[in-house]
Design a protein around this ligand. Structure first.
Ligand SMILES: Cc1cc2nc3c(=O)[nH]c(=O)nc-3n(C[C@H](O)[C@H](O)[C@H](O)COP(=O)(O)OP(=O)(O)OC[C@H]3O[C@@H](n4cnc5c(N)ncnc54)[C@H](O)[C@@H]3O)c2cc1C
Length: 222
């Protein structure tokens, strides 16, 4: 068994180009393409968003690839306008060499390391892995073995959404009301978008009390 931390990879994109493409699309409405300058997208996008003219944000998309736990992707896949490809517990057999014959679990962000509670969580995961491997030996299929996998099981998820949907998802999933494991991956993503597309994501509020050193690592997708 291996305990791992969540990671969010973001596809390499040119954020300025994205915003300029959104501007070009929205200017179709007013036939004001002639007003485009190097900086004009900034005011235009802010004005559109303030007026609720948000469909223009659907013309561009961003893909991320995460290592997160099953609980996180259960929550995120509720967002119907996003697209997902998820490591399948029906086809992946963690008892095989390809997976180093072990199950990976995401360290629970809401259970303090070194506590009795953490030890209890870890022992349960070890027990589950023991039974999973025993089931492999008994000739079970991944379809059967997955019945005992817990929410903490690590999985790779590729998720794509257009900019409007990212705005919506991040406004719901970065608050105190979201599960801490969801906040852990979504807050650093929001902060990355705020930095690179302030005109679009600047006003989205997030749980500023979430402990920063627990944010998932953000990296550029290879
Ligand atoms: C804090 C929190 C707690 C939650 N707890 C629970 C829970 O206990 N149980 C549970 O089942 N779910 C729960 N959810 C999930 C929640 O109910 C939504 O299913 C999920 O957040 C997706 O949100 P959405 O429908 O706004 O977004 P999306 O699916 O991303 O859709 C975006 C927007 O499109 C529009 N839209 C999409 N589909 C339709 C439609 N069919 N009809 C009309 N408009 C549509 C809506 O305006 C919607 O906001 C929770 C979510 C949060 C953030």
């Amino acid at each position: 068994m291996r305990i791992v931390e969540p990671v969010v990879e973001i596809e390499k994109v040119d954020y300025n180009k994205i915003m300029k493409n959104l501007e070009r699309a929205s200017r179709t409405c007013y036939r004001s393409e002639d007003k485009i300058t190097e900086e004009s997208y900034k005011t235009l996008l802010k004005n559109c968003i303030n007026r609720g003219h948000e469909s223009i944000l659907e013309h561009e998309k961003i893909t991320i690839r995460m290592v997160c736990d099953i609980g996180v992707y259960k929550d995120l896949t509720r967002h119907r306008h996003a697209s997902f490809s998820i490591e399948s517990t029906r086809y992946c057999n963690y008892g095989k060499d390809k997976f180093d014959n072990e199950i990976k679990f995401i360290a629970p962000v809401n259970i303090e390391k070194g506590t009795k509670l953490y030890q209890e969580w870890q022992t349960s995961c070890e027990e589950i892995e023991k039974h999973y491997i025993k089931m492999v030996e008994l000739g079970a299929t991944p379809d059967q073995m997955r019945m005992i996998l817990p929410h903490s099981t690590a999985a790779v998820v590729t998720m794509t959404a257009n900019i409007r949907e990212w705005k919506h998802i991040l406004s719901l999933r970065c608050t105190k009301h979201a599960h801490p494991a969801v906040e852990q991956v979504m807050i650093p993503l929001l902060l990355h978008f705020k930095e690179n597309m302030p005109e679009i994501f600047g006003n989205i509020e997030y749980d500023e009390e979430f402990i920063k050193n627990r944010y998932a690592k953000i990296v550029e997708m290879e």
